[in-house]
Design a protein around this ligand. Structure first.
Ligand code: GLN
Length: 200
């Protein structure tokens, strides 16, 4: 049974706990550097990326976490978590830090004020069982995905049609939307599977 940490500084930590437990993982909250050593993978929840960034800095977690990710810790980030995993972020605060775990440029709050929040069904590469319900809440999108980044999902229709909203690079996965709130476990299953394969 893999132990999967959920970065518990801010955001919808509890929803990820529930989804991971349903996937057969053992979720644990992570707030301290020492706790990075006892996990097989890490989830960065949705919330507010600039707040998560500030708290990572305040608690001296930023560099240790960057190192863990460089050393191959599997990670999954939803929404604000996606922003944190990016190598470049547009429309954020100038002092906001991110983790450089996926070679991508992410635009924060990309869908704009008119469509603050919305839901849609989308095709998610590599998962079976039909379209996935995706809940977007002041979500980012991926404006540039590097050569080693696999695009897993795009917005299917509407003004943002074609925008990239789920990606994977190696053992790091990110979604613009919140799979932790729909009861659809397939993204958490994908991530738990990646962690298990790596020996967790
Ligand atoms: N807009 C938030 C941010 O910039 C993300 C919103 C979310 O995680 N639901 O961090």
């Amino acid at each position: 049974q893999p132990t999967i940490g959920v970065l518990a500084l801010q955001g919808d930590v509890r929803e990820h706990f529930a989804a991971l437990a349903e996937c057969g993982a053992r979720p644990v909250g992570v707030r301290r550097v020492s706790e990075f050593d006892n996990i097989d993978g890490l989830v960065i929840p949705g919330g507010e990326s600039t707040t998560i960034s500030r708290l990572l800095t305040v608690f001296d977690l930023l560099e240790p976490l960057r190192k863990k990710l460089r050393d191959g810790l599997p990670a999954f980030g939803s929404c604000a978590g996606m922003i944190m995993l990016a190598s470049e972020v547009l429309d954020t605060r100038p002092d906001a830090e991110h983790l450089n775990a996926i070679d991508m440029t992410v635009r924060r709050n990309a869908f704009g004020r008119q469509v603050d929040s919305f839901e849609t069904d989308l095709d998610f590469a590599g998962v079976s069982g039909g379209p996935m319900r995706a809940v977007f809440i002041r979500a980012p999108w991926v404006e540039r995905a590097g050569d080693d980044v696999e695009v897993l999902a795009r917005v299917p229709h509407g003004p943002a049609a074609g925008r990239i909203v789920a990606v994977r690079q190696g053992s790091v996965v990110a979604t613009s939307f919140h799979p932790e709130v729909t009861g659809d476990l397939r993204v958490h299953e994908l991530f738990t599977g990646i962690v298990k394969k790596l020996g967790g």
